[in-house]
Design a protein around this ligand. Structure first.
Ligand code: ADE
Length: 218
């Protein structure tokens, strides 16, 4: 799939693209474009935001700037899903991640400070998504959260045996994964559950299923 991130801070995405799962799928299952609103703004001096009508603190990303960025990237044929990252959006859940990961093309719109001119959300985006009920200083971290969650769902994203099956079954259970432990088996009285040391794979599998189920009903 191709994901286009529209941002004022393309360099902020550098570290994410160097890590798994992004790094594993870049150039194969995932094509990522980082597009700076400043490169296509119709305003002088690279201006992209402006004072809010009616007054108030902070700057607002302009609708004409975002429209010009989308026009430059796509012309009139825009991706079926154009997602604006905003605390007012629908809260991100795994179900939406799975849905977006199936799109051939996805556009993510992020903004800084006070956010979008409302007409961007109303007329240019198809979806408004929040990563949680709190306010961050911009949409870059939310866009990275969404990108990471999507990249994990693409073929080849996860190291062999490191979670593809677990994540998949966890998704089917509608819940979180079972608890994991590694060495040392005993540490300050915090012991690893005996079942995991038993070598009895059927018992271990049963225990893991029970644990996953218990976590999913919370
Ligand atoms: N921009 C600022 N806060 C946000 C949030 N919680 N989710 C998505 N975008 C945001």
């Amino acid at each position: 799939m191709r994901v286009d991130v529209f941002t004022q801070l393309p360099h902020a995405f550098g570290w994410l693209t160097e890590q798994r799962p992004l790094a594993s799928v870049l150039g194969t299952e995932l094509e990522l474009r980082l597009l700076n609103y400043r490169d296509t703004t119709p305003l002088r001096g690279g201006q992209v935001d402006d004072d809010p009508y009616g007054g108030g603190a902070g700057m607002v990303l302009r609708v004409d700037v975002v429209d010009a960025a989308l026009e430059a990237a796509y012309g009139d044929v825009r991706p079926a899903r154009v997602v604006a990252l905003t605390p007012q959006g629908r809260q991100l859940e795994q179900e939406l991640v799975e849905e977006l990961a199936l799109e051939p093309e996805l556009a993510l719109l992020s903004s800084r400070f006070e956010g979008f001119d409302e007409r961007i959300v109303e007329h240019l985006a198809t979806d408004a998504v929040s990563i949680g009920p709190y306010v961050l200083s911009g949409g870059e971290l939310p866009a990275m959260v969404l990108l990471d969650a999507i990249a994990r769902r693409l073929p080849g994203a996860l190291a062999e045996g490191s979670g593809e099956l677990e994540s998949f079954s966890a998704h089917l259970d509608g819940g979180l994964e079972y608890p994991h432990y590694t060495r040392p088996a005993a540490y300050r009285g915090w012991d690893v559950p005996d079942v995991l040391l038993s070598g009895d794979h059927a018992r271990i599998e049963r225990w893991r299923r029970e644990q996953s189920r218990a976590r999913s009903v919370a």
